[in-house]
Write a protein that binds this ligand. Structure first.
Ligand code: UDP
Length: 245
């Protein structure tokens, strides 16, 4: 059960960026698998935008605080860790999520997929069935259900006992929703943001060269201009980290 998984992971020392916990993971997959072996828990993929959101939103902050594994997903968080003398590579959440699906297919884990639009959920299910034919999906639900549908869906999800649940409901909802359920179930529970949209071919990931130049945020802004307000958190994050010295 998740309660047995609160021991610090030897593979990933826990530190803080602007007061928000993060594990300095040299190998996010190894850390996730080690967590799974110890009964599972919640995995959060932390970036700069989310760090600032956690400081402003106590429910999100509490969910990240309680998560068993917080991986540095985002060049801003990796940069802030570097200023603490911790040199690690970033671990994109979308890549960890896909690696976990591959492991799930190999090991016969029970998998749950929650979130994204009905069309994206259909497309992702079809793609995964094609690419990972041995994947055992025991539960799936899109993320635009009416509020009254959720309690019954949550009950069915817990009855399905997933070893791995990927949840694409967006930040902060996916983190707080997982935190509510995680205490009542074993397995790995991970918020994956827009990953299903990327796997369905609806959104694109930034090209590698933009990642190398640390300007993935620019790609995201061009693809989703409506995010501009949320993205003001990025300079605020950099300023707060620099001010800390
Ligand atoms: N989403 C959902 N239900 C909602 C709101 C959003 O299922 O009520 C999905 C949305 O379709 C998308 C994901 O949540 O697949 C959020 O993606 P985004 O890139 O915005 O992630 P974030 O940056 O918030 O982590």
């Amino acid at each position: 059960m998740a309660t047995t998984a609160t021991k610090p992971d030897p593979l990933a020392p826990r530190t803080r960026v602007l007061g928000v916990p993060v594990h300095a993971c040299p190998d996010a997959l190894a850390a996730a698998l080690s967590l799974q072996e110890r009964g599972g828990g919640q995995i959060v993929t932390l970036n700069a935008e989310m760090t600032m959101a956690a400081k402003a939103n106590p429910a999100l902050g509490a969910a990240i605080e309680a998560a068993q594994l917080v991986i540095p997903d985002g060049s801003g968080v990796v940069w802030a860790l570097g200023r603490q003398g911790l040199r690690i590579r970033r671990s994109p959440g979308i890549e960890l999520a896909y690696r976990l699906l591959e492991v799930a297919a190999e090991r016969g884990w029970r998998v749950a997929l929650v979130g994204a639009s009905p069309a994206v959920m259909d497309a992702v299910s079809a793609r995964l069935a094609e690419r990972l034919p041995r994947l055992q999906v025991v539960f799936k639900a899109h993320g635009y259900q009416p509020p009254e549908a959720w309690p019954e869906l949550e009950r069915q999800l817990l009855v399905a006992r997933p070893d791995l649940a990927l949840v694409a409901l967006g930040v902060p909802r996916q983190e707080t929703w997982i935190q509510n359920l995680n205490g009542r179930s074993g397995g790995l529970w991970m918020g994956v943001g827009g990953s299903f949209d990327v796997w369905a071919g609806i959104k694109k990931r930034a090209p590698r060269w933009m990642g190398a130049l640390q300007i993935e945020w620019l790609f995201r802004l061009v693809q989703e201009p409506a995010r501009w307000r949320r993205m003001l958190a990025l300079p605020a994050f950099a300023w707060a980290v620099l001010r800390q010295g």
